[in-house]
Design a protein around this ligand. Sequence first.
Ligand code: G1P
Length: 289
Amino acid sequence: MRVKKAVIPAAGMGTRFLPATKAQPKEMLPIIDVPTIQHVVEEAVNAGITEILIITGRGKRAIEDHFDKSVELEILLEQKGKSNELADMQRISNLADIFYVRQKEALGLGHAVACARNFVGSEPFAVLLGDDIVHAEVPVIGQLIDIYKRKGGSVLGCQRVGFENIQKYGAVDAEDYSEPIVRVRSLVEKPKSAEAKSDLAVLGRYVISPEIFNVLAITTPGAGGEIQLTDALNLLARQQPVWAYSFAGRRYDVGDRIGFIEATIEYALRREDLAPQLKAYLKSLTFCE
Ligand code: G1P
């Protein structure tokens, strides 16, 4: 079945990025001039997704405004003859059919995804987490959709993160790690480094079979007292194939201060309008050596 729906959980409070996220959604923090959530929505759209549900919460209205038409701004840009900017603003408000639902209580990622049940119905669907931004030739969620078409079941976008970092992630236990696609035996959310079966981490991209909703309905709170998507996927893996796929692409954890700075610098270095000046500036920082 074609994957045409995506769910983007965006209800988190952004406590890793205070005070910037005190009065604005963390998803609106820009990598240069593009809000992180726009990167994620564009990744989904570039992979053929046509319907997107953003799970929001209190204090997140700026996200809806961002993907809405801004009549005043469009009139102003037209009057000033800024046709490129005008075209870009119109493109953003026409990216996809975007729906919103509020997660009323912060009960965890699994609970947030469960809020998408009516939107998803009985189709396989994509999940993209906004803290993970990936620069890739083929959109990562598109890579996962291709694997899903070949293998069915559910597909988790993974990369190795080193055992010293695995306690921040959902960790994969598989029979063998030599191939880019491996069948998941079990999953553990945020294991201690010494207890992790591998350092293969789930990094914010999923194609999930709709049976997950029945599993989420019986998933009890896990790590951090939250209903974890990883725990539900662990139960699902006992019923049907769940694949861990090591995707190709450079991933940034933009919910983390250093990850955010790395993303900003590297995205700027990829832009023709900014790279020459930024390179000259970075070279001038000789005191860093
Ligand atoms: C979430 C998931 C975790 C995953 C991570 C990816 O954790 O629960 O399984 O590995 O995203 O970035 P969070 O970063 O929200 O604590």
